[in-house]
Design a protein around this ligand. Structure first.
Ligand code: ADP
Length: 409
């Protein structure tokens, strides 16, 4: 099935047009600076040089319009008619505790995405804008929503509840939701293939380390626990986010710095993580790694503390899973930073992890970075959230069409 994947951010829109049977990416690209001056459109057709231009993008509607024009363009295009787009898969950040899997988008689903805006105030509204723009420009094309939170629906109650009065869960749905679901699922499936095991019979810890970062414990094809919680602020130390802190710290910063609770939350979201820990040297692990190798104490402190927070979660999650077959690293840092992977793995000897230093340094694409004898295998697995969205979209629609065919018989 040919699926257009739409991933809307507040001022950007990433897209891919994928043939799911062969996993072929026909075109991909990005609209940036939507709603401000300096709009930019980048478009790559497989095998061609990238095509880029500056273009004013007042809203997401215009961004989708430009994408559809490019895909059907005589010179740069990939299809001659929009009807060749068989389905659209939308990334939706928050599906509350209602959506456990990819879902056909109906007016009721759109209302729910709106209802869950309080849980993802930055993302859900722009995800809806993408849906509206596509509905407007491609009114007859089937659309599917794939939720970041859906994969974590399998987390048991004892892992998703917080130790606060139960009435807050009942009244306000305060619980662990978890994020990066598409990535954790995709990487776990690829890891099980690398292990030569069935996905539904594997125990895997996936470390998604990007600007935002989360770690998930997966057993038998189900997320059992994940480090991000009610919001993407909880868990390990990230680029600019603090990860978990003692809640009392919020009071102290508020009083000492004369900040409102909102102000303190801004500090925890935007000025913390490795950025804050390094005395604002950088939030980017590339810069910090360079400074680390030069002996910069700010970078050494930040990276050691960052790695330590990852080590603690891995230990906890191997316990949750009662042992693990593999640990996989993914996303910008996980895929590219041999230093972070080494700082983490050198503290996992007690689990029988043996890092293959050379494989770790030279990892490219899917790579085994532990020795062949390592009790728990360690892999680098590049994530592909868009491919995961396209495949889940096709799977759902094929099931729907099959059900309709059966009804007709
Ligand atoms: P996002 O959460 O924004 O999707 P990514 O998964 O793209 O983030 O990860 C971005 C981060 O990856 C960058 O901030 C940087 O810290 C890190 N990164 C990217 N390339 C490298 C590299 N070669 N070495 C170390 N870190 C890298």
């Amino acid at each position: 099935m040919k699926v257009l994947v739409i991933n809307c951010g507040s001022s950007s829109l990433k897209f891919r047009f994928i043939k799911t049977e062969t996993e072929e990416v026909i075109v991909r690209g990005l609209c940036e600076r939507i709603g401000t001056e300096g709009g930019h459109f980048k478009y790559i057709r497989e095998g061609d040089e990238p095509y880029e231009r500056d273009v004013y993008l007042p809203d997401h509607d215009m961004a989708v319009r430009i994408i559809l024009e490019a895909i059907t363009d005589k010179e740069h295009g990939a299809i001659s008619d929009l009807s060749e787009i068989e389905a659209i898969g939308h990334r939706i950040v928050h599906g509350g505790d209602k959506y456990a899997r990819a879902t056909y988008i109906t007016p009721e689903v759109r209302k729910d995405i709106e209802r869950f805006e309080s849980l993802a105030p930055i993302h859900n509204p722009v995800n809806l804008m993408g849906i509206r723009a596509c509905r407007h420009l491609l009114p007859d094309t089937d659309m599917v929503g794939v939720f970041d939170t859906a994969y974590h629906h399998s987390i048991p109650e004892e892992a998703y509840l917080y130790g606060i009065p139960y009435e807050y869960y009942e009244k306000f749905r305060i619980r662990r939701y978890g994020f990066h679901g598409m990535s954790h699922r995709y990487v776990a499936i690829e890891t099980s293939k690398l292990l030569g095991q069935r996905y539904h019979a594997s125990k895997i810890v996936v470390c998604h380390l990007g600007n935002g970062a989360s770690i998930t414990a997966i057993a038998n094809g189900r997320s059992m626990d994940t480090s991000m919680g009610y919001t993407p602020l909880e868990g390990i130390i990230m680029g600019t986010r603090s990860g978990s802190v003692d809640p009392e710290i919020i009071n102290v910063i508020s009083e000492e710095e004369d900040l409102s609770i909102k102000g303190v939350m801004k500090v925890l979201n935007n000025k913390s993580g490795v950025y804050g820990l390094s005395n604002y040297l950088s939030a980017d692990i590339r810069d910090l790694s360079k400074a680390y190798h030069e002996g910069n104490p700010d970078a050494i402190r930040a990276l050691k503390t960052y790695a330590y927070s990852i080590i603690k979660y891995i230990g906890a999650y191997v316990t949750v899973l009662n042992g693990a077959d593999a640990i996989s690293f993914t996303a910008g840092v996980g895929e590219n930073s041999a230093l972070v992977r080494r700082l983490v793995c050198e503290r996992l000897g007690y689990l029988g992890v043996e890092l293959d230093e050379e494989a770790n340094e030279n990892a490219h694409g899917k790579t085994l970075i532990s020795t062949a004898d390592s009790r728990i295998k360690v892999f680098v697995v590049p994530t592909d959230e868009e491919m995961s969205i396209a495949k889940q979209t096709a799977e759902l629609l094929e099931k729907r069409y099959a059900a309709v065919d059966q009804d007709d018989e």
